[in-house]
Design a protein around this ligand. Structure first.
Ligand code: ADP
Ligand code: NG1
Ligand code: MG
Length: 455
């Protein structure tokens, strides 16, 4: 149980303001608070759901919740941001999550439902809850998972249930699937397993987080291109998940394996006992560059169109007709190798480590842009500006199609960098200029989600 007193002055101020809002709204005082951080992924994009390790760190921006527990038989939710409306649900009702209409309270309910199911709780404790968030939403810094994880931890505490951080991270990774995006668990894992001062290599199966010491001479700067992309309200994300799943089956089949046993690209590598380099060669050899049609995939796999739709596609990808398997698989195996390389440079600290890490970040962006096609013109422009402004490496972070870039900047160049990016990307556009303060900031690794008590 991660129990802590609020440590930073900023957290204390945020809690005090949240307490006031809570008291005005519900007429009683909160009895505990939960803080769940957002994250920035330094390298390893769109590979967690393929079974590969990723390298994020938790950031100061977070979702905070103030909570009181009562015998009302209701869960009442409110938000400090007026765009997110109040919501109320009975503690004995079956929790319903509408994936066709991903409103904010459904993310919260994902966390509640995950904990309820894990413990088989029939009647949840009544609670009132006010949520306050500082993570720019739909921008690749994982506001969705911070909200789900916050709700999971709120539900544990309110119902006096306790479990390990790894267990609650796994529950939250699973229950966010209820919202409809088929993510891989990076966000919920770093949200719970983060520790101040260190980035983490997150490995799956089994889930564990290893410290990654970042170079002293560089800082990481986040910049938001100011274009939002809501992952649950669109099919971009799941299209990529589906393409990777089909590529998995096609590679397994090409190697004479029983493809029905394989869902993730990493599983094919494990089965073949091959290196990532060998997997890249296999992609070159076995998957053509031209997009695949449904007919071709069904013919190769020997399945019907009905099986294809039911077993391989998600609800929101039923309309797809073309699948770029070569490009997606090439990105995944290449990116998985870059993550391991990044970790080994951080571990061995060669003299040119900043240069090497920057190069890996740049290759990652190019692969996301050209092979995975998850960037957008604004993000590409922002990354270019960051590089011209003194970053050694810069790349989109999170799912992409909008949202943030992360740049690695030599410490002595940070002030110049911030001013140059401000001038070139933000101040030239009134909409961006208005968002500049919360869109361009230096970030340090902070600790994971915790229950906070007032002292
Ligand atoms: P991200 O890249 O930030 O994870 P997603 O598209 O996955 O973006 O999720 C964004 C959604 O999360 C928002 O549309 C909203 O429903 C929810 N959300 C984010 N921040 C908050 C907040 N402060 N309060 C309530 N809901 C939030
Ligand atoms: P964001 O952009 O924060 O919603 C998503 C997925 C991650 C991962 C990244 C891409 C969820 C909850 N999150 O993150 O699992 O796949 O994209 O690397 O689905
Ligand atoms: Mg998200």
């Amino acid at each position: 149980r991660a129990l802590a007193a609020p440590n930073s002055r900023r957290t204390k101020q945020a809690l005090s303001a949240l307490k006031d809002t809570f008291e005005r709204k519900f007429g009683v005082s909160p009895i505990f608070y939960v803080r769940a951080p957002g994250r920035v992924n330094l390298i390893g994009e769109h590979i967690d759901y393929c079974g590969y390790s990723v390298l994020p760190m938790a950031i100061e921006q977070s979702i905070l919740a103030a909570v009181s527990v009562n015998s009302s038989g209701q869960i009442r939710l409110a938000n400090t941001d007026a765009q997110y409306q109040d919501y109320m649900v009975s503690c004995s009702a079956d929790i319903f999550i509408d994936r066709n209409n991903p409103k904010w309270h459904y993310y919260f309910l994902c966390g509640v439902k995950g904990v309820q199911e894990a413990f088989g709780i029939t009647e949840l404790a009544g609670m009132s809850c006010v949520v306050d968030g500082t993570i720019p939403p739909s921008s690749g810094l994982s506001s969705s998972s911070a909200l789900v994880c916050c709700a999971g931890l709120v539900t544990l505490e309110a119902n006096q249930k306790y479990m390990t951080k790894v267990a609650i991270a796994e529950i939250c990774a699973k229950c966010e699937l209820y919202i409809g995006t088929e993510g891989g668990g990076m966000d919920q894992s770093i949200c719970f397993l983060a520790e101040a001062g260190t980035a983490k290599l997150i490995e799956f199966q089994p889930l564990r987080a290893l410290d990654v010491k970042l170079p002293n001479g560089a800082v990481f700067v986040i910049s938001n291109c100011c274009l939002e992309m809501n992952k649950a309200a669109s099919s971009y994300f799941n299209i990529r998940v589906v393409e990777c799943r089909i590529a998995t089956k096609m590679l397994a089949k090409a190697r004479g394996l029983d493809f029905s046993r394989f869902l993730k690209l990493a599983q094919v590598q494990t089965e073949l006992k091959a290196s990532l380099k060998e997997m890249l060669l296999l992609v070159e050899e076995m998957l053509h560059v031209e997009p695949y049609s449904r007919e071709e995939i069904c013919k190769v796999l020997g399945i019907t169109m009905e099986q294809f739709s039911a077993d391989l596609l998600s609800d929101n990808t039923q309309h797809l007709t073309q699948f770029k398997l070569h490009q997606r698989a090439k990105h995944v195996y290449g990116e998985a190798a870059r993550v391991l390389h990044f970790k080994s440079v951080c571990d061995s600290e060669p003299a040119d480590s900043i240069q090497l890490l920057g190069e890996l970040m740049n290759q990652s962006h190019i692969s996301c842009r050209d092979l995975y096609e998850c960037s957008c013109p604004q993000l590409d422009q922002l990354v270019e500006i960051c590089l011209k402004s003194g970053a050694v490496g810069s790349r989109l972070t999170g799912a992409g199609w909008g949202g943030c870039a992360v740049s690695m900047v030599p410490r002595e160049r940070v002030e110049y960098f911030l001013q140059a990016v401000r001038d070139a990307y933000y101040l030239c556009d009134p909409l961006r200029a208005a968002m500049e303060k919360q869109s361009l900031f230096v970030s340090k690794p902070v600790g994971g989600a915790a229950v906070l008590l007032e002292h």
